[in-house]
Design a protein around this ligand. Structure first.
Ligand code: BYC
Length: 337
């Protein structure tokens, strides 16, 4: 879809509601029955065209998020405060690259090539998570990304392990295991800062102040403004709503911040005895849509960095292709002898 969802939600709703006029009712019934019975849809199974497109949209955005998500932390590799921290950070960033590769492969099972997906990203036609358009100003931001961003990602992705599309659901199982380490290393790094010198504690608090609200935005618009949720939940692509997952993340993270002795940057945050959940303040949705639509602090820089890395890697791809061609030619020649 070439338009911006924030501008035309009614078109997205129409897209989701539209039924494929050419589809075979028997195949559709078998698909619906399988999804309702918690079966997994596999690449060779028949699926409605809209289901396929929805998966391509969501999984490719997820893949791009992992791929662009390497950049904010990459900013600190050369400045990590110790060899141990540097090794952990390098390994974490490598994991994110791996996640993007599993996810690009999952999209390829739906008939879209990796080249097409990367072209869309590099040309600015694709979305990726808003969170990666914020800058990493201090080392504490690396800790905050692990604790909050990976923390939010796990809450979302644990739910996606039960996605009805087999390849996506299985990719999530492995990704969640790795994200869980990422979250714990981030929390541990944050704890060192929070229990450190007054300057370090201040740095940790400043970083929490800047990353808290963008982390809440990772879960997407609130349910009433989410044009894709209803259909995605009916197809069991998404298993929990944006607001339910966001609430889960808040409930999980507030006690962690209290343990660190840090203060959440939300004057309206309060435990509600009646609901058993934390109430929290209103998210700045204008900021969210500005970032999603390309006008965040780092959107342009992130795309530029990805394009430049792609261009600089051209010789590696060319060399690998030339090597593969030579290997094939040698094989053919040997077979002809
Ligand atoms: N940022 O109808 P909605 C990681 C878009 S990376 C940007 O609710 P949906 C990590 C949405 O795409 C893990 N765009 O949509 C890596 C839609 O636009 P289109 C990242 C957003 O799909 C490195 C429109 O707004 N996780 O862990 O039903 C270092 C309307 O929204 C955002 C994932 O990618 C956003 N925050 O639900 C550290 C999770 N939110 O396509 C860590 C996978 C919404 O209609 N994705 N939009 O034009 C999902 O679970 C779902 O796609 C979402 C949105 C919950 C994000």
């Amino acid at each position: 879809m070439a338009y911006t969802i924030a501008e035309k939600p009614e078109e997205a709703r129409a897209f989701a509601a539209e039924t494929d006029r050419n589809e075979d009712p028997a195949k559709r019934a078998a698909f619906d029955t399988k999804v309702a019975a918690e079966g997994k849809i596999e690449p060779r199974d028949w699926m409605p065209e809209k289901y396929r497109k929805t998966l391509v949209r969501q999984i490719s955005q997820h893949a791009h998020s992992e791929y662009v998500g390497m950049l904010p932390e990459g900013n600190w590799v050369t400045r990590a405060p110790s060899l141990r921290r540097k090794a952990i950070l390098l390994s974490k960033i490598q994991d994110e690259a791996g996640h993007s590769l599993y996810l690009y492969s999952a999209v390829e099972t739906l008939g879209v090539s990796r080249d097409e997906l990367l072209d869309a990203l590099h040309e600015g036609r694709a979305k990726y998570s808003s969170i990666f358009n914020y800058p990493t100003l201090t080392w504490a931001d690396v800790a905050a990304i692990g604790w909050l961003v990976d923390g939010a990602a796990i809450v979302n992705q644990v739910s996606l392990q039960r996605c009805s599309y087999g390849p996506y659901s299985r990719a999530m199982v492995r990704i969640c295991k790795e994200e869980s380490f990422h979250q714990r290393q981030g929390y541990e790094a944050m704890m060192m800062l929070a229990q450190g010198t007054p300057e370090q504690k201040k740095m940790a608090q400043d970083s929490l102040n800047r990353w808290w609200w963008p982390s809440l935005m990772m879960f997407g618009p609130s349910d009433k403004d989410s044009p894709n949720s209803e259909q995605s939940m009916a197809w069991r692509i998404k298993r929990d709503s944006n607001d339910d997952l966001r609430q889960k993340f808040v409930d999980m993270t507030v006690p962690q911040a209290e343990y660190l002795g840090l203060k959440m940057p939300d004057p309206d945050l309060k435990f509600n005895e009646e609901t058993g959940h934390y109430d929290f303040g209103e998210i700045d949705w204008n900021e969210f849509w500005e970032v999603v639509n390309g006008n965040g602090i780092c959107n342009r820089e992130r795309l530029q960095d990805r394009r430049s890395a792609w261009d600089k890697g051209a010789w590696v791809r060319d060399a690998a292709m030339a090597h593969a061609e030579k290997k094939d030619a040698r094989k053919l020649a040997a077979a002809a002898e």
